[in-house]
Design a protein around this ligand. Structure first.
Ligand SMILES: [Zn+2]
Length: 139
């Protein structure tokens, strides 16, 4: 069920959600995600676990605080026709890339929802900080 187009469907559904039709939007997302993934993502947004780092050149980098680790999330990959997003968590590698049983992990969904609800916790970073953040997790 993991076809490239569905990632864009998720983005379209999320971007149609607002405060007035929250319930309806969540119902649509239920068609695309297991309840556990959806509720976990909403919980991450509620806990303000979605961090957005703004770079001086107008780019941004997302991280999500998981229960045991912090993961880098790339919610929109423009360069790949096969993958619409990427997350560094083990669930993404296992459930999304290997078994293709999920469209995206809860962290990527949380970033989309946090963006939509303006609930990202924003920080500014410079290029050295960004480099350190990106390379410290590549082992
Ligand atoms: Zn993840």
């Amino acid at each position: 069920m993991s076809t490239p187009g569905l990632g864009h469907v998720v983005q379209a559904v999320v971007s149609s959600i607002d405060e007035d039709n929250l319930e309806e939007g969540i119902d649509k997302l239920r068609a695309l995600f297991p309840d556990t993934t959806l509720l976990a993502a909403l919980d991450l947004v509620d806990r303000e676990s979605v961090l957005k780092f703004r770079t001086p050149w107008g780019g941004c980098h997302y991280e999500v605080l998981g229960s045991t680790a912090t993961y880098s999330v790339f919610p929109r990959l423009g360069w790949s026709p096969d993958m619409s997003c990427y997350c560094t968590c083990p669930a993404f590698a296992f459930a999304v890339l290997m078994s293709e049983s999920h469209l995206m992990c809860k962290h990527v969904l949380a970033v989309h929802l946090a963006e939509q609800f303006s609930k990202c916790v924003e920080h500014s970073i410079d290029d050295n900080d960004l480099l350190a953040r990106l390379t410290s997790r590549v082992q």
